[in-house]
Design a protein around this ligand. Structure first.
Ligand code: GDP
Length: 459
């Protein structure tokens, strides 16, 4: 973690990618940034120039010219970091870049740590923590949905909502703390009824945000899905049938350049990621039946299970037993009966009456796959996909929200059993603490170090 005095340092790093390019940009930030650059720059005196101006000149090591460059000046607080900042555009050779950085270090700068520019921007109030994290997400977003979620977060959508919740609660916390100063007098500045109404409202909003994480995760990673069933049930045939339709759709779109991803299927705009499909397609008989612990472990990591059985090779006792196991697993699942093309009608009728929610398909003949797809979509609950709502995509935020919920429930419980004010105030403060963790109003050095170390150097 950064020591306090380190924040006073002037830091330097290459801001553009390593390697040869037309130009490279070396970035400096800190109170001496302009002075340090001026020492190796020959051209105008940079220390007398206005902010947001660009200057042509040479970088020199003594009399030796290293390169002809353009220097952009940003005077505090009008820069990304809100400190004095300089960007030196050099020719894009790694030799030149290394020489320039070496000279700047000799003149008093030090190499920046990963994410240190963004961290300074955060510490100097350029944006809050959730927005800083969104910068990283934005750089890494690779689909329209993930890009949209990151952009929304960077522009403060999520932060605004959290801050609003906090502000309402802070008011109550201070009122109750004020009451603590008047314990003798038995006054009540904060109405417990109003507090209860507010906390219940907060809980509903926090629940919504927590609930949105499933969707956020889906946007980022796809719905993890498992096709489970006995050997020869038709698992790989089904997967191939779904994949082939997808392939057909993908290649039907003229001029499409999207790569086809082997185990991802887009159903109604939602990506489903099939787990362990390599094994599925390579072999038919090594896939274990439900009940084998390794398979169960895999199924627990899924958000959706397609329980597939062969109508001609499974009896009701077996089906009931498997369904019972799946219910105990607690992962949403669909009952999918395969091979209707050669099934016995009496057995189908029997199944329809004991398990009316069964979906009957023929993977081999590609029959009823549309019905299966719409049932899959129903199960992942499309209501949550309504746009415009705030979506939590970051596991750290999710974690803080879950802790906030627990503390808010403590507050409610406290009101209910009329605990003393000091305890009530403590529970409210704890809720405020966890909400504040999200936007960075509350931070610890470890937390910051952890977040910013994931950035690259120069960012
Ligand atoms: P897996 O072991 O569960 O992956 O099963 P497979 O997909 O390898 O299928 C086992 C056998 O059942 C293969 O010979 C498939 O051709 C056949 N099969 C799969 N689906 C159907 C179907 O809908 N109807 C019929 N008649 N045969 C099917």
């Amino acid at each position: 973690m950064f020591r306090l005095h380190e924040k006073e340092d002037t830091i330097v790093a290459l801001a553009t990618p390593q390697g040869v390019g037309a130009i490279a940009v070396v970035r400096l930030s800190g109170k001496d940034a302009i002075r340090i650059c001026n020492r190796i720059f020959k051209g105008k005196n940079l220390e007398n120039q206005e902010s947001h101006t660009i200057h042509f000149g040479t970088i020199r090591d003594g009399e030796k010219i290293i390169d002809e460059v353009l220097v952009s000046l940003f005077i505090a607080p009008k820069s990304f970091t809100k400190e004095n900042a300089v960007e030196i555009s050099t020719h894009g050779s790694s030799y030149i870049v290394n020489q320039v950085i070496k000279l700047l270090i000799r003149e008093g700068a030090r190499p920046a740590k990963p994410g240190e520019f963004t961290q300074r921007a955060f510490l100097n109030g350029q944006f809050d923590l959730a927005q800083a994290e969104a910068v990283a997400d934005l750089i890494h977003s690779d689909s329209e949905a993930s890009h949209q979620a990151a952009l929304n977060q960077m522009r403060g959508g999520f932060s605004g909502e959290i801050s609003k919740l906090r502000a309402e609660l802070i008011h109550f916390a201070s009122m109750i703390e004020l009451e603590l100063d008047f314990t003798e007098e038995d006054v009540e500045f904060a109405s417990r009824d109003d507090l209860q109404i507010l906390v219940e409202k907060l809980l509903r909003e926090v629940e919504l945000l927590i609930g949105s994480f499933d969707l956020g995760n889906v946007i980022k990673n796809g719905v993890p899905t498992v096709i489970a069933g006995k050997p020869n049930a038709g698992k790989s045939t089904l997967l191939n049938a779904l994949l082939n339709e997808e392939k057909a759709i993908v290649s039907d779109i003229a001029g499409t350049t999207r790569d086809f991803i082997e185990d991802e299927i887009n159903i109604g705009g939602v990506i489903f990621r099939f787990i362990d499909t390599a094994g599925l397609r390579e072999t038919t008989d090594t896939i274990e039946a439900i009940g084998v612990s390794r398979t169960q472990e895999k199924m627990k990591t899924a958000s959706l299970i397609l329980y597939l059985f062969d109508l001609g090779d499974t009896d009701m006792v077996e089906i009931n037993r498997d369904i019972n196991k799946l219910e105990n697993l607690g992962v949403p699942f669909l009952k999918v009966a395969n091979k209707i093309d050669k099934a016995n009608q009496q057995f189908i009728n029997e199944l329809k009456s004991s398990h009316p929610d069964t979906i009957f398909i023929s993977a081999g003949q590609k029959e009823n796959l549309d019905d299966l797809k719409s049932k899959i979509l129903e199960l992942v609950n499309l209501d949550k996909f309504k746009t415009g709502n705030t979506i939590v995509t970051n596991i750290r935020h999710y974690d803080s929200l879950v802790k906030t919920r627990t503390s808010l429930l403590d507050v409610l419980n406290g009101i209910d059993i009329a605990i003393t004010n000091d305890f009530l105030a403590m529970d409210i403060r704890r809720s405020l603490h966890f909400l504040g963790e999200i936007t960075g109003e509350i931070t610890t050095d470890d937390l910051l170090a952890n977040i910013f170390s994931k950035f690259c150097i120069g960012k």
